[in-house]
Design a protein around this ligand. Structure first.
Ligand SMILES: Cc1ncc(COP(=O)(O)O)c(C=O)c1O
Length: 375
């Protein structure tokens, strides 16, 4: 592969592919040659330090995935049976699983019809005496309404955990995701703003929490403790150095990846923003999105369902994805009577358009033309 090339299949426009270059390969090979291949050493520490600093936070604790970052964050809060954790129903199953894995009870909430993020009023209504944490997902890269959520959590001693897996570089009132206080969990899966292959990180500026996260990710072994001495139930969630080397190399180009994602979003807004029946995620004042994914809600006025649109442009070589299947509609949830109309509507009508780092202006123009039937 040449510099800047991707694993793309000839001619087909994928939703998101990583852009890997010669520097990335050199970083991984040099780390391999150094002998530091496991979850300790200078590359892991360097990636933690560099990514946390880029976010504007003090500490980063690297993990094996965004899913394990979420589990680690909730475990570090010492949540357990009897505790309730509020989360949006419109999200990835990783959030639900993290709550279940610590033994706490997930409490679902609906999302806002404009931003598609957790609705602070719904959160307020869901709080009980047992609520210990809220996991707020910055859906598709758009920061949630942190101030309104804090108004609910801070006064009640509830911890607000941010799922920033999709929100690298997104800002809320000028502050990057990861620097908004508390704990923020990132993913470095292949389709994210930067990738480690697989990987995640919990970012915080709280020294005590950072230490707890670090110990728990290392089988609950204190730094400097006697070998094989463990304080409690921990995990091996250490990010391998080879993955950290790739992530650290990618981090050097994150600003250009962010610029590409924002350019794609601007192209879609320009080309599709006034098409009847298509609605994009609202961008509230004072907030910038990472535009990890450009999602569109497709309603009757478009003349075609999201599913049919996906099939039609798929035949023209353009991939799409549906929105997340809400948690209360998952097979594991059973057939309860829970109803979250906004999330259900978005789950049925939402479509993610190609949004990845690999796209060119021409690719996005081709998607726009295909969506409006000029492809
Ligand atoms: C909002 C959100 N949270 C968590 C995750 C989990 O990250 P990972 O795939 O690295 O486990 C993802 C992954 O796509 C995500 O989109």
């Amino acid at each position: 592969m040449d510099v800047g090339s991707t694993a793309r299949t000839a001619g087909r426009i994928r939703v998101a592919e990583p852009v890997l270059d010669a520097e990335d390969r050199r970083a991984v090979i040099e780390t391999l040659a150094s002998g530091w291949v496991s979850g300790y050493g200078p590359e892991v520490e360097g990636f933690e330090r560099d990514f946390a600093a880029w976010c504007g936070a003090t500490h980063g604790v690297a993990t094996t995935s965004g899913t394990t970052a979420l589990h680690l964050a909730l475990a570090a809060l010492d949540l357990g049976p009897g505790d309730e954790v509020i989360l949006p129903t419109l999200t990835i199953v990783s959030v639900w699983n993290a709550v279940r894995l610590v033994g706490a009870t997930p409490v679902l909430c609906d999302v806002d019809p404009g931003t598609w993020n957790l609705d602070p009023d719904a959160v307020e209504a869901a709080v009980t005496a047992r609520t210990r944490a809220v996991v707020a997902v910055h859906l598709y890269g758009l920061p949630c309404d942190v101030e309104a959520l804090r108004a609910v959590t801070d006064t009640r001693g509830i911890t607000l955990v941010k799922d920033a897996a999709e929100a690298h570089g997104a800002t809320y009132r000028g502050a990057r995701a990861g620097s908004l206080g508390g704990l923020a969990c990132f993913s470095f899966f292949a389709n994210k703003l930067i990738t480690c292959g697989e990987g995640g990180m919990v970012v915080t500026s709280d020294d005590g929490v950072a230490e707890r996260l670090r110990d728990l990710a290392d089988l609950d072994r204190r730094r400097g403790a006697r070998a094989y001495e463990h304080r409690g139930l921990g995990f091996n969630y250490r990010m391998p150095a080879l993955a950290a080397a790739l992530g650290r190399s990618q981090l050097r180009r994150i600003d250009s990846f962010l610029a590409r994602r924002r350019r794609t979003a601007a192209q879609y807004a320009h080309g599709l923003g006034s098409v009847p029946g298509l609605t994009f995620q609202a961008l509230p004042h004072g907030v910038t999105s990472s535009h990890w994914m450009c999602g569109v809600r497709v309603d009757e006025a478009f003349g075609e369902t999201a599913e049919r649109l996906a099939r039609r442009i798929g035949e023209e070589g353009i991939d799409t994805r549906p929105f997340f299947l809400p948690m209360h509609r998952q097979p594991f949830f059973g057939s309860g009577k829970d109803s979250f109309p906004v999330a259900e509507d978005l789950g049925d009508r939402g479509l993610l358009l190609p949004s990845g780092n690999q796209l060119t202006d021409d690719d996005v123009a081709r998607v726009i033309a295909a969506v409006i039937g000029e492809g």
